[in-house]
Design a binder for this molecule. Structure first.
Ligand SMILES: CCCCCCCC/C=C\CCCCCCCCCCC/C=C/C(=O)SCCNC(=O)CCNC(=O)[C@H](O)C(C)(C)COP(=O)(O)OP(=O)(O)OC[C@H]1O[C@@H](n2cnc3c(N)ncnc32)[C@H](O)[C@@H]1OP(=O)(O)O
Ligand SMILES: Cc1cc2nc3c(=O)[nH]c(=O)nc-3n(C[C@H](O)[C@H](O)[C@H](O)COP(=O)(O)OP(=O)(O)OC[C@H]3O[C@@H](n4cnc5c(N)ncnc54)[C@H](O)[C@@H]3O)c2cc1C
Length: 642
């Protein structure tokens, strides 16, 4: 089946501009010509140490070739180049670029930029972001690492009071980084002023050995990211100069006077940044798995439909389409709302750093808390469906889908565990409903204004605005229901914290609905703004899949469930309409074979030949008889014969 649109033009929509889309193609082509930048053999055949070594080798090679391939100041180009060469299994600079440099930019003063930023950008030093501890990750107020100010020497003494206070999990901490932004409780004259970010040198710049007072190492293998060295870190009364408190917002004077920041949570900017970028990052992971599954489904033939002389492509089964197409729609939807949150973050950081204006923080915190949770969860669901859609071959590492899954679902945990973050958004929703109840609807932000709308009759949706209306109604009802349940408990004398906990499941449901509504609205808005009518029509088919699927999936929140039959029919017909364009919608992401690392999902479609070649290259096939057979299996069989 041929597609009705040009994938290069769609790539420009996905990546935000024709220039970037075409630069991506050029960068992929450049990488394909430099063997030093390719995996030296398939990553699934490597053990952990080999993977870490391979990633480090490629990173050094990449550093050498980078200025010939991209503009070193262009982050988007850099990100693509990194994804292409380094893949997704982790590497020594993963946190340097993602949190260390942005953390320094967000929290450091101009003098601190002068001291560290240039060095970090030139990669004279490598850094990470060390916040989470063995005993606490979610509840930042219970972090135990301390940074006590000693005015006599104008130093902070960083200390790990007990085992639970060891930093645990930070990416690239274990073996690669020689610096870290360490989040520790600032203590001045025995007063705990809460977590603050400090620049801390961990290793000698010449020998790379840990400095005295520092204990650092790797935390061991993980579900994924095994090319990376997530680490542990402890401090034994380790001294750093006063100037190492990142002090753009909060300051300590030499005599120990504390100058507090303009907003209590302004120190969380590195987290907000990653959360703002997560929707696009997860969309790419989802699209990776889907292109593998859809390409394979367009090659794999199994069973018969009308034509009894030739087996059918499995992509023609309605169940296969139902399994895969709603996730294609979600991948696009996540990209579009991801662009929006990145833009909002960039604006916020400008407002905060240039004008000291923190008024946008609460809104962005609520939005990104919900979005990272919904997007990572749905991405995990979509990838797992993609795996199953490939049958047995999906289970093989040759598909690479299990690796993509492991990487993606890390996102359900890092940057705030999903339930915890849904509950952050719920605080915002509850406050919004309380405003309405107190007659202050005018104070509502635009994203929650619908919470004040009156209920109307549920009608079969015909136009996109009808879907949005229905979704708003479901979301509003759930936010009100959860708030009223919570308030009733409080009014009945239950403490606020206990009442909150007794309402928590309902609250997370409200947050999910609110976020799904936001994703749907952003998707519709973006598609309606596309000028190329041809592309807009295709994306309109995708939106149709999305709105019908999302509504059905949330059908339990409707009062009139008889609507669901008509929505089901519209979904089935939209799946059918999407079939001719499904593969090209994914080809438009323009992932190279090098980047995909999937034997099953290669562009050439020679699935069976490629699988056979891959299996033959397994280290187990180097000899016909393994030493373990000689040693254990043959003696066992021989013994049984006696
Ligand atoms: C050369 C070219 C350049 C190339 C460049 C490209 C190179 C690219 C290189 C590589 C790319 C490779 C990509 C690799 C990808 C790897 C990705 C992996 C990255 C993984 C990294 C992971 C890092 C981490 O996980 S860091 C640790 C994260 N930890 C958390 O998220 C902890 C979660 N907990 C919290 O955030 C908080 O504790 C909380 C939000 C749950 C509660 O906060 P708390 O301070 O306790 O607040 P509380 O008292 O409860 O609430 C008071 C009020 O404050 C409000 N609030 C809380 N936080 C915020 C906030 N941030 N902003 C605004 N308001 C906030 C809260 O809602 C309360 O408000 P209310 O009004 O009182 O209700
Ligand atoms: C791949 C990966 C990379 C990471 N990289 C970094 C890094 O670079 N730097 C860094 O500092 N950290 C990093 N982390 C750590 C990560 O940020 C934390 O693991 C994460 O914030 C979750 O915290 P936790 O482990 O304490 O989970 P916990 O909070 O212990 O969660 C366990 C369970 O308790 C529940 N729970 C906890 N609190 C509440 C609550 N208040 N209400 C309801 N339920 C609750 C959670 O929902 C969850 O079900 C990384 C983690 C991973 C997996």
């Amino acid at each position: 089946m041929t597609a009705t649109f040009d994938t290069d033009r769609m790539a420009a929509v996905i990546y935000g501009s024709e220039k970037l889309a075409s630069r991506r193609r050029e960068i992929s082509a450049a990488v394909s010509r430099i063997p030093e930048l390719h995996d030296s053999r398939p990553l699934p055949f490597m053990d952990r140490l080999e993977k870490v070594t391979e990633m480090t080798r490629k990173l050094a090679a990449l550093n050498k070739h980078l200025p010939d391939i991209i503009d070193p100041n262009d982050y988007e180009e850099g990100l693509h180049l990194y994804h292409e060469v380094m893949g997704m299994e982790g590497h020594p600079l993963a946190l340097h670029e993602v949190m260390f440099i942005p953390g320094l930019i967000g929290q450091g003063s101009d003098e601190q930029y002068e001291k560290w930023l240039g060095r970090a950008r030139r990669r004279e030093i490598i850094g990470c972001y060390a916040q989470t501890e063995l005993g606490h990750g979610s509840n930042l107020r219970s972090l135990e690492t301390t940074a006590s100010y000693d005015p006599s020497t104008r130093e902070f003494i960083i200390h790990t009071p007990q085992i639970t206070a060891l930093k645990w999990w930070p990416g690239a901490l274990g073996k690669s980084s020689n610096y870290a932004i360490v989040v520790a409780n600032l203590i001045i004259r025995d007063r705990n002023l809460g977590p603050h970010p400090f620049m801390v040198q961990l290793r000698d710049e010449e020998t790379h050995r840990p400095l005295q007072g520092i204990t650092v190492g790797d935390i061991g293998p993980k579900m994924a990211f095994n090319g990376g060295d997530n680490g542990f870190l402890g401090f034994d009364n380790y001294r750093i100069p006063l100037g190492n408190l990142l002090n753009r917002h909060a300051r300590v004077e030499e005599d120990g006077i504390y100058v507090k920041p303009p907003h209590a949570k302004v120190g969380h900017s590195a987290m907000i940044r990653v959360r703002s970028h997560m929707a696009t990052g997860q969309a790419w992971l989802l699209a990776h798995s889907l292109i593998i599954a859809v390409r394979y489904s367009a090659v794999r033939r199994q069973g018969f439909l009308e034509d009894k002389t030739r087996e059918v492509k499995i992509l023609d089964y309605q169940t296969q389409q139902y399994r895969l197409f709603p996730s294609i729609a979600r991948a696009y939807a996540f990209i579009f709302c991801g662009f929006e949150t990145i833009r909002l973050y960039d604006q916020l950081i400008l407002d905060v750093n240039k004008h000291g204006n923190t008024s946008g923080m609460a809104d962005l915190h609520a939005l990104t808390s919900g979005l990272k949770s919904v997007v990572t969860y749905q991405t995990g669901e979509g990838i797992e469906q993609a795996r199953m859609a490939c049958g047995g071959h999906g289970y093989s590492m040759a598909s690479y889908i299990s690796e993509i899954y492991g990487v993606a679902i890390g996102g359900c945990t890092y940057e705030g565990e999903n339930m915890v973050m849904l509950l952050q958004l719920a605080r915002y929703l509850v406050k919004s409903v309380e405003l309405i109840k107190n007659g202050k609807s005018k104070e509502l932000g635009p994203m929650v204004a619908y919470l004040a709308e009156p209920d109307t009759q549920e009608k079969t949706p015909l136009e996109l605005k009808d879907y949005v209306k229905l979704f708003q109604m479901m979301s509003k009802r759930q936010s009100w229901k959860a708030t009223e349940r919570y308030l009733k408990l409080v009014e009945g004398g239950v403490s606020r914290d206990v009442a909150w906990n007794k309402t928590a499941v309902e609250l997370t449901r409200a947050s999910r609905l609110h976020t799904r509504l936001y994703i749907m609205e952003t998707f519709i808005r973006r598609v309606s703004s596309i000028e190329d009518m041809n592309l807009r029509m295709v994306l309109r088919d995708l939106v149709n899949v999305h709105v019908n699927y999302e509504l059905l999936d949330c059908g339990i929140y409707l009062h009139d469930v008889s609507l669901l039959d008509s929505i089901k029919n519209q979904l089935y017909s939209s799946l059918h309409s999407l079939r001719p364009n499904a593969l090209s919608l994914l080809d438009s992401f323009q992932f190279s074979d090098i980047q995909l690392r999937s034997v099953l999902g290669r562009r050439d479609g020679h699935v069976y030949e490629n699988l056979f070649e891959w299996a033959k290259s397994s280290p187990l096939n180097v000899s016909d008889v393994l030493p373990s057979v000689d040693r254990y299996l043959r003696p066992m069989m021989e013994k049984a014969k006696l």
